[in-house]
Design a binder for this molecule. Structure first.
Ligand code: HEM
Length: 158
């Protein structure tokens, strides 16, 4: 083995370890990795389970809210369960989790409903109450609201 060859291998190893170190530092945890939620028994969950806890609370708040619940009146139980599962998949995907949302896009799902600004605000309120109930962290609440906010144009007034 020549000295040059050994030097070459040494240099390659150095470049590879510096590159690996740089990529490790660049990786910030996603919202999906960070989110935590407390269920009804007081147990803290993470990942899609945490999202499902928030969605469960959120949908219960929507159904109990006279400002928006006419929208969900007469929806059969299995349809409500499907809506919750779709919402959990959608949020899981949007927050960087390895889930896939197979429901309709937001424009298709809400077209014809003529959802008002007041209903949108009531919905955000119900989401914030769900965050309180599930003891979601401040940073994760903000990030989740920021992930949903761009959908407003496809949901309100369609
Ligand atoms: C916070 C923003 C919102 C998000 C992320 C969202 C998301 C969704 C999703 C994922 C579905 C299911 C689509 C499918 O199964 O193909 C859905 C359906 C529905 N959404 Fe929304 N939605 C939002 C706001 C609202 C608002 C403000 C209302 C009314 C007050 C509303 C009323 C409904 C209703 C009634 C359905 C059922 C439609 C059907 O089954 O035909 N949504 N939404």
């Amino acid at each position: 083995m020549t000295r040059e060859w050994l030097r070459g291998v040494g240099l390659l190893l150095l470049v590879a370890s510096v590159a690996a170190c740089a990529s490790m530092q660049a990786k910030e945890p996603t919202l999906y990795e960070r989110i935590r939620a407390v269920d009804a028994t007081g147990t803290t969950r993470q990942g899609r389970d945490a999202i499902a806890i928030v969605v469960d609370r959120f949908v219960a708040n929507m159904v109990a809210d006279h400002r928006v619940n006419a929208r969900f009146k007469g929806m059969p139980g299995p349809a409500v369960e499907k809506l919750k599962s779709n919402l959990s998949d959608q949020i899981c995907q949007a927050s960087g989790g390895s889930c896939s949302y197979y429901g309709r896009d937001m424009k298709a799902a809400h077209t014809g409903m003529k959802i008002t600004e007041a209903e949108w605000n009531a919905t955000v309120e119900n989401l914030n109450t769900a965050f309180d109930q599930a003891k979601v962290g401040e940073r994760e609440r903000k990030d989740l609201v920021a992930a949903i906010a761009p959908m407003k144009g496809d949901i309100v007034g369609q």
